[in-house]
Design a protein around this ligand. Structure first.
Ligand code: NZQ
Ligand code: ZN
Length: 387
């Protein structure tokens, strides 16, 4: 195991009705609020009204930034930064899925910066301060509710990239499983794939002697697989939604990567797909991940055997390690298919026309990944096998 430091300051309020505590959570930060949300789901579910009741309770001056799209765009972030600067906003409240929370975080960093917020992404300018952000999460998927990252797309330049800073941890996040009962089957599946992928990125690691991290990862995968299947057949199952929500948060709140080197190359490849085709993050991952696994599994066949036997119950008797590993990878693909995720790029309307552009962009700062370092040709092979 490697040495590590862990500090996660986000306060989590988990459970039905926790939105009622919103006013008391925000009050210490001031009452000029930027209320960020998406394209309307919170109005349809009534959450929008509930939030306004809370904000009225602290006599807040509320400025709204609505219409945040999936794969959130830089233009919307800049709109929010402008409001923060003009209206002297004290606090950013993000209510929605990962796209809304990421937009809120990027606005928070840009609002206290004199340059272009994209500097934090493209030039790795260091974030030295940010407005406080709080979140009410409505979709189990990204883990943004309890982590320090934000992923933003500059649509004009076809760049989907992340910024990371300790300043981007939400001050608090409200996780009410009830708020996720209305998530469509399609978005639910995207979320399941995303959280499983987060576990994979940290589990398929070259670091050895990490039994706790491995078992923690495996228990998260088992919980996601089991409860994922439940919510697909019974979308209003509160307990299954609750288990999924908690698993999604733990999958990317820093816990799994303690003491291990994580990979993130499948995410990088997927971000190129989303940047060029605006496809949902979870859909791109569903296609890429099993093909990445197949491309890299010989780097550490023992970890893939462990994955196959512990997570998918593959019977090892009479089989070679390679065979067991491959059966585990196939079980992953079969599960993705069973819950309704795409398994080929063609299903997403993606051909090989832009592979040159995407692979070039993916390696702009050098080869990606740590489990197996991937250069342009490697990424192209993975994309070709995903067609
Ligand atoms: O916009 P509204 O109307 O709210 O609808 C959204 C959106 O259309 C809908 N939705 C959300 N909650 C709902 C609901 N519909 C009905 N009932 C509810 N309760 O779902 C759609 C998708 O929302 P989005 O926020 O885009 O989904 P998700 O949470 O999966 O976020 C995806 C984004 O996060 C990034 C992804 O790349 C992608 O841009 N990621 C962020 C990460 C992070 N910050 O740590 C890590 C991830 O790996 C990921 O890259
Ligand atoms: Zn992800």
């Amino acid at each position: 195991m490697n040495s590590f430091e862990l500090h996660n300051p986000t306060k989590i309020l988990f459970g039905a009705g926790k939105v009622k505590q919103l006013a008391e959570l925000i009050e210490p930060y001031g009452n000029r609020i930027l209320f960020v949300y998406g394209e309307g789901s919170i109005k349809r579910t009534g959450l929008y009204d509930e939030v306004l009741v809370q904000l009225n309770g602290i006599e807040a001056s509320v400025y709204e930034l609505s219409g945040v799209e999936p794969n959130p765009k830089l233009s919307k972030v800049n709109e929010g930064i402008e409001i923060c600067k003009q209206e002297k906003i004290d606090f950013i409240l993000a209510v929605g899925g990962g796209s809304v929370i990421d937009t809120g975080k990027a606005i928070a960093a840009g609002a206290l910066y004199n340059g272009n917020v994209w500097d934090f992404i493209e030039y790795r300018a260091v974030i030295r301060d940010a407005l406080p952000v709080g979140a009410v999460l409505t979709l189990a998927a990204t883990g943004s509710e309890m982590n320090s990252g934000a992923v933003i797309t500059d649509w004009d330049r076809k760049l989907k990239r992340s910024m990371v800073s300790k300043w981007l941890f939400p001050k608090f996040s409200i996780l009410d499983p009830k708020l996720t009962l209305t998530v469509s089957p399609e978005q639910t599946v995207n979320g399941i794939i995303d959280m499983m992928s987060h576990v994979f990125e940290q589990y398929f690691s070259k670091t050895t002697d990490t039994p706790l991290q491995e078992r923690f990862a495996e228990s998260l995968l088992l919980t996601i697989i089991e409860n994922g299947e439940k919510v697909i057949t019974d979308s209003k199952n509160y307990e299954a939604r609750a288990n999924l929500l908690l698993a999604g948060t733990y999958a990317l709140n820093g816990t799994l990567s303690t003491g291990v080197v994580s990979d993130w190359s499948s995410h990088s490849i997927e971000h190129e797909l989303s940047a060029y085709y605006d496809i949902a993050h979870g859909k791109g991952l569903a296609v890429i991940f099993p093909n990445w696994m197949k491309y890299v599994y010989l780097e550490r066949v023992d970890r893939f055997v462990q994955y196959a036997t512990r997570v998918w119950n593959i019977d090892p008797v009479g089989k070679s390690d390679e065979q067991i590993a491959l059966e585990g990878i196939e079980a992953t693909r079969t599960y993705f298919k069973r819950i309704g995720a795409p398994t080929t790029l063609r299903e997403l309307g993606v051909g090989n026309e832009k592979f040159d552009l995407m692979t070039e962009a993916a390696v702009k700062f050098g080869p990606i990944g740590t489990f197996k370092k991937l250069n342009k040709a490697d990424i192209r092979s993975i994309l070709e096998s995903s067609l």
